[in-house]
Design a protein around this ligand. Structure first.
Ligand code: NAD
Length: 250
């Protein structure tokens, strides 16, 4: 039997990178995927390519009304909700001294508040569906600091702690919730950094050197971990941190 047979999964940030790879794996494993993203052109094109088991819905994760519509559209189209992946996010570089309040708010509204709204909006539909699995994409920078990613670190640390709260709250209605902590993954999010030169190294080389495995991660390597967490194979895991970082935090 396929690993996500009869499961319906809503994926924010599903138009690109880690979210898009997760959509592909959900379909490969027999599930239905709703990809929700603010990039409507890219999201609609991917859903069209993947066929009737995939649906695109427009979503700005900072807007509660968008979330409510996305959850309702998911249940209307596929009859329930068993998985939520909060993958939408932005990466911004700043320090404690140069980050404006406006920029701090923007990063935290998308990465952290967007994850809160996702968990909140999906909870009732998931409980009604008999339970399910929420997967919140944090980062290695939700576990440790990085000198030039102040607001991002704060936002991803909040995702890690929110995840533990939701896991406890959902434990008696079979709603599990775990966080995933990727190292540097080769997606459009980090493309600007790869194109820079840092000292005498290319940006790509500098980021590769952070990982003991000596390379960047591929989106599918994170999506495989998310797939495990969405499936019943992870049935005894909730409130935990799943690291996928080529040894970076070791
Ligand atoms: N790429 C990495 O190195 C890396 C490392 C650790 C964690 N992450 C996290 O993984 C997640 C996925 O990132 P990715 O690397 O696949 O990046 P990506 O840029 O390829 O994809 C992010 C997606 O989120 C969408 N998005 C951004 N803001 C949104 C909003 N307000 N509402 C709805 N959608 C929005 C974008 O349109 C895009 O489709 C993010 O949360 C990111 O912080 C990425």
């Amino acid at each position: 039997m396929a690993r996500l047979e009869n499961k319906v999964v809503l994926i924010s940030g599903g138009a690109s990178g880690i979210g898009a790879e997760t959509v592909r794996l959900v379909l490969r494993e027999g599930g239905k995927a709703v990809l929700a993203d603010r990039d409507a052109a890219r999201g609609a094109a991917l859903a069209k390519e993947l066929g009737p088991a995939a649906l695109f819905v427009p979503l700005d994760v900072t807007q509660e009304a968008d979330w409510q519509k996305a959850v309702a559209a998911t249940v209307d189209a596929f009859g329930g909700l068993h998985g939520l992946v909060n993958a939408a996010g932005i990466g911004v570089r700043n320090t404690i001294e140069d980050c404006s309040l406006e920029e701090y708010r923007r990063v935290n509204e998308i990465n952290s508040m967007g994850t809160f709204l996702g968990c909140k909006s999906a909870f009732a539909a998931m409980r009604k569906s008999g339970g399910g699995s929420m997967v919140n994409i944090s980062s290695v920078l939700g576990l440790r600091g990085a000198s030039a990613a102040m607001a991002y670190c704060a936002s991803k640390g909040a995702v890690r702690a929110l995840t533990k709260y939701v896991a406890l709250y959902g434990s008696n209605v079979k709603v599990r919730c775990n966080s995933v902590h990727p190292g540097y993954i080769d997606t459009p999010m980090i493309a600007p950094r790869l194109a820079q030169t840092i000292g005498n190294r290319s940006g790509r080389q500098a980021l590769e050197d952070l990982h003991p495995l000596g390379r960047l991660g591929e989106p599918v390597e994170v999506a495989n971990m998310i797939l495990f967490l969405l499936s019943d194979e992870s049935s005894f895991s909730t409130g935990s941190e799943f690291v996928c970082d080529g040894g970076l935090t070791a």
